[in-house]
Design a protein around this ligand. Structure first.
Ligand code: ZN
Ligand code: ZN
Length: 120
């Protein structure tokens, strides 16, 4: 029996920056991912506190970044969780799930790790 170890996503309450971008909601490298909660809160934009919206956004980022650790790149489908969030509106538009193409990629990556032949 083989096991896949999925690195937990680290959540931080500080703003994240990378060279060339003024901020990022999250970051993934190798098997590690980190998300910043700061800009996911409506209060950050002087909007009314909304715990549900904050949790929904956090969940989406916590699915998106590990997607990169599975080798997925940004997806052109704006409804797909792997779509790049340049603005918070992008995060709010997309769903929490993977599009068909990204689902297949994830399934095949997991299949490789578990030695399961790809689905035809
Ligand atoms: Zn991304
Ligand atoms: Zn996709």
């Amino acid at each position: 029996m083989q096991y896949i170890y999925i690195q937990p996503v680290d959540e931080v309450d500080v703003d994240l920056f990378v060279p060339g971008l003024n901020f990022v909601f999250g970051l993934a490298s190798g098997n590690n991912a980190v998300i910043s909660l700061v800009r996911l809160r409506p209060e950050y934009y002087r909007e009314r506190k909304n715990e549900y919206l904050f949790r929904e956004r956090s969940l989406k980022e916590a699915i998106h970044e590990p997607g990169h650790t599975f080798g997925l790149h940004h997806c052109p489908d704006i409804r797909c969780i792997m779509h790049f969030s340049n603005r918070l509106e992008d995060t709010d538009i997309k769903g929490p799930g993977f599009c068909k193409a990204c689902s297949n990629k994830i399934r095949n990556k997991l299949g490789e790790a578990l030695n399961i032949p790809p689905k035809l």
